[in-house]
Design a protein around this ligand. Structure first.
Ligand code: SF4
Length: 385
């Protein structure tokens, strides 16, 4: 195999469930609001799973992630069918799945649902809190308020979910630093095992990008965003969280195993429209189009264009992009082995500059970005690629 993993080999399955009760202004994930399509979508994903199981009979998963869209607005019986299909097709015994995550929106959380999830073996919840600031939540057009966020977390704890993650967004237009820090402090006080922290970005085609382009609202300056992110990193670290990935912070032992599969370039299969896969050195993505997805799966074909086999160069570039987001950084020997050349030699001046300016460090044979480096990670990648 081209890439000799230095981490324990894991593989995961992602299922994309593309229904939301309403659309948030900033979101460009593939999803639509016709809940009447739920059963048909699930039936076709089940069919896709069966087709893939014939093509990839040796694929064995240790993690399962249900994302979207809003998985928590799907019925418990549909969620159960999907998990059952993964267990029977992609595990050698029902116990192989060590981590099963479901994304939930706070307004969908109730004790019955959580108990039912626990019975199905779901052991990790990713909760789309986004903020504890009602003004920010309204601006983002989230369907829940801060009171519902607190109540959802209380229910998670009551149902015995110790491994849950809170998503938070910062740099909402008009948001003062203090408002964001207040939200962050509330999140920290609730003692979740994991926090994902995202800077609000303007994605083409979203309502947010139209509002910004038309000048109705102004984005926060990059300096302001950096102040928020830097301070957030400091506060999360001092509360005991490890920033194991650029946007992800975990208490020890609570890193998201499924997402680590992506960042470590391990293998995963994705099902549902727009889901991506990486297997045996090839990448592919399902069509982000419901009609096309329905039509192709109904004709018993897998709903994606031909797989792209990664060249050694492309593999190394992806490894560089993904590894530099991780606190463990890029293993320089591994990069050398894959590409046949040393990054330290090839990009000598750039790397020396990064180290001199406190943006990167070389330690134990790996290159890692410092906090200041993480703040400009995208620019650093452009220079190194
Ligand atoms: S952010 Fe989540 S809930 Fe909102 S539209 Fe996107 S997928 Fe749906």
């Amino acid at each position: 195999m081209l890439f000799r993993k230095l981490v324990i080999m894991q593989a995961g399955v992602y299922i994309h469930l593309p229904i939301c009760k309403s659309r948030c202004i900033y979101c460009d994930f593939f999803s639509q609001t016709n809940a009447g399509l739920e059963n048909e979508i699930v039936d076709l994903i089940l069919r896709e799973i069966d087709l893939a199981a014939l093509k990839y009979p040796d694929f064995n998963a240790q993690t399962q992630y249900l994302g979207g869209g809003t998985p928590s607005c799907f019925s418990d019986s549909n969620i159960k069918k999907l998990l059952q299909a993964i267990r029977s097709n992609f595990t050698s015994s029902g116990d192989d799945l060590k981590e099963i995550t479901v994304e939930m929106n706070p307004d969908d959380v109730d004790l019955d649902k959580l108990n039912s999830y626990r019975e199905m073996g779901i052991n990790r919840i990713s909760l789309g809190v986004q903020s504890f600031d009602d003004r920010a939540l309204r601006f983002l057009s989230r369907r829940h308020n801060s009171k519902q966020n607190l109540s959802a977390i209380n229910l998670l704890q009551k149902a015995g979910f110790t491994n849950y993650s809170i998503d938070l967004i910062f740099a909402v237009p008009g948001q003062a630093d203090s408002e964001f820090f207040q939200s962050l402090e509330t999140a920290i006080e609730l003692e979740p095992a994991h926090i994902s922290l995202y800077c609000l970005s303007s994605e083409p085609g979203t309502e947010l990008s139209r509002m910004l382009d038309s000048g109705i609202i102004c984005a926060l300056s990059e300096e302001n965003q950096a102040v928020m992110f830097r301070e957030a990193i400091i506060r999360l670290k001092s509360a005991g969280f490890r920033q194991y990935e650029l946007s992800n912070f975990a208490l020890p032992g609570h890193e998201c195993q499924h997402n680590l599969i992506y960042w470590n370039m391990q293998e995963y299969l994705g099902f549902g429209p727009s889901a991506h896969s990486f297997y045996h050195g090839s990448r592919w993505g399902n069509y982000p189009d419901l009609n096309k997805y329905f039509e192709i799966v109904k004709s018993s074909n897998l709903p994606h264009p031909p797989e792209e086999k990664l060249s050694a160069q492309r593999w190394a570039e992806e490894l560089l992009m993904l590894s530099l987001r991780l606190d463990e950084g890029l293993n320089l020997n591994e990069y050398h082995r894959i590409t046949g050349h040393s990054l330290l030699d090839g990009k000598k001046e750039i790397i020396e500059d990064l180290v001199k300016n406190g943006l990167a460090e070389i330690k134990s044979g790996s290159m890692c970005l410092t906090i200041e480096g993480l703040l400009v990670a995208d620019e650093i990648l452009v220079k190194l690629l």
